[in-house]
Ligand binder design. Structure first.
Ligand code: SAM
Ligand code: SF4
Length: 378
């Protein structure tokens, strides 16, 4: 499925002479549909640039053991964080190059003051078919009305457990009820496409797969189980803590009966499945079955650094160019030349390692906060 998408993208690029559109219609709020039909910008492996994850803050109100396990963090300097207007200007550059989906993430994106204002700004770009949010849900109930009014398309809430005491142990905060309230608020609002993302960690929550699937049914959300990844920030990662896609399927199948794959043409990271009772769910198997071959995603940190892979050591600094007055054409050239050079296959390279350990040591993370998962947006 992924290969088909990739081949289609590659053909489109060849027919049209590869990348184009740099700069055209790249001002925030460009004319609706101005670039409809523009060719895909392809990287060295023929992968198009289609989606952008924007981390709007590196701060978080939880301390999930698999993401932010340390006591102290080095934060991005506040004056270096992009303003919403700057984010929107950059996004319009990305949409001029083929991006049509944006996801706001973090850290915890709802900690960024007045996030609906950013959603509103992004919604002015008619080339975006979707402005989605990934959140831990703690502040969701209170902020949902403003976000919906601003035009938010979809919400994914991270939910690793249904047990309050387990949530407290995992996140070091006693706010499980607020997460559930946030999920209930989305369900009440009837916003389609609600997803619940669950990082499965052996000995922590791997006995809750069936309960989480049943909860997803109750709130009309699709649950996606994520393999524990050895990304920056995951300093407690160990191979033994990973519950593989294969093991998850075996356990779910033993409880619920035969599992059928749901075919998809999408470049989304999750493989989808359906149970005999009609329940659908996803698995994101970045650790044991990476999807690098169909990865069409760029990542922007809150300080305007572009990363082309979750595992990349180096990013492309866009903030300085932006603040020194570079126009849309110059910024588009920076992004497109980086994407042209892209040959990253971070998760596949990690899989090929004989001995696998956490990607980064604590000291490295302190020196370079951009290596952190919570800075890159997951
Ligand atoms: N704070 C928000 C949240 O938790 O949904 C958004 C940012 S968080 C970094 C984005 C996603 O990354 C979450 O779904 C989280 O569970 C996932 N994540 C963080 N560390 C991970 C790890 N080591 N392995 C797999 N997924 C991870
Ligand atoms: Fe947990 Fe998300 Fe915060 Fe990481 S950024 S600690 S995953 S809530």
């Amino acid at each position: 499925m992924g290969r088909c998408a990739l081949e289609r993208g590659a053909r489109t690029g060849q027919e049209s002479g590869m990348a184009q559109a740099a700069g055209s219609g790249a001002a925030a709020g460009g004319a609706p549909g101005a670039d409809a039909g523009r060719a895909a910008l392809l990287d060295r492996l023929g992968r198009p640039l289609r989606s952008l994850r924007i981390s709007v803050t590196d701060r978080c109100n939880l301390r999930c053991a698999y993401c932010m396990p340390e006591e102290a963090y080095t934060w991005l300097p506040r004056e270096e964080l992009l303003t919403f207007e700057e984010v929107a200007r950059l996004v319009s550059v990305f949409t001029s190059l083929g991006v049509d989906r944006v996801r706001l993430t973090g850290g915890e994106p709802l900690l960024r003051q007045d996030l609906p204002e950013l959603v509103r700004l992004l919604r002015r770009d008619a080339r975006l078919t979707e402005v989605a949010l990934t959140t831990n849900g703690v502040l969701l109930e209170e902020q949902l009305p403003g976000l919906l009014e601003a035009g938010l398309s979809r919400v994914t809430v991270s939910l690793d457990t249904l047990r309050p005491e387990r949530f407290h142990a995992l996140t070091r905060r006693n706010v499980h009820g607020r997460v559930l309230e946030g999920i209930a608020a989305v369900a009440r609002a009837g916003l389609p496409g609600l997803k619940l993302d669950c990082v499965v960690v052996r000995g922590t929550n791997d006995d809750e797969l069936d309960a989480l699937l049943a909860f997803g049914q109750q709130v009309r959300a699709e649950v996606r189980f994520i393999e524990y990844m050895d990304v920056g920030g995951a300093t407690r990662w160990a191979p033994g803590a990973v519950v593989s896609r294969a093991e998850m399927l075996e356990r779910i199948g033993a409880h619920s009966g035969p599992i059928t794959p749901v075919p998809t043409q999408s470049s989304a990271p999750a493989e989808r499945f359906v149970l005999p009772d009609g329940t659908t769910f996803g698995i994101i198997a970045s650790t044991t079955a990476p999807f690098c071959a169909r990865c069409d995603r760029a990542r922007l940190t809150a300080d305007g650094t572009l990363f082309l892979c979750l595992y990349a050591r180096q990013g492309v600094p866009l903030r300085e160019a932006l603040r020194s007055g570079a126009g849309p054409d110059v910024l588009a050239r920076l992004v497109s030349s980086a994407w042209h050079r892209r040959d990253a296959r971070g998760a596949e390279e990690r899989l090929a390692l004989i001995e696998r350990q956490p990607l980064a040591r604590r000291e490295e993370l302190r020196e370079d906060p951009r290596l952190e998962m919570h800075t890159r947006g997951g």
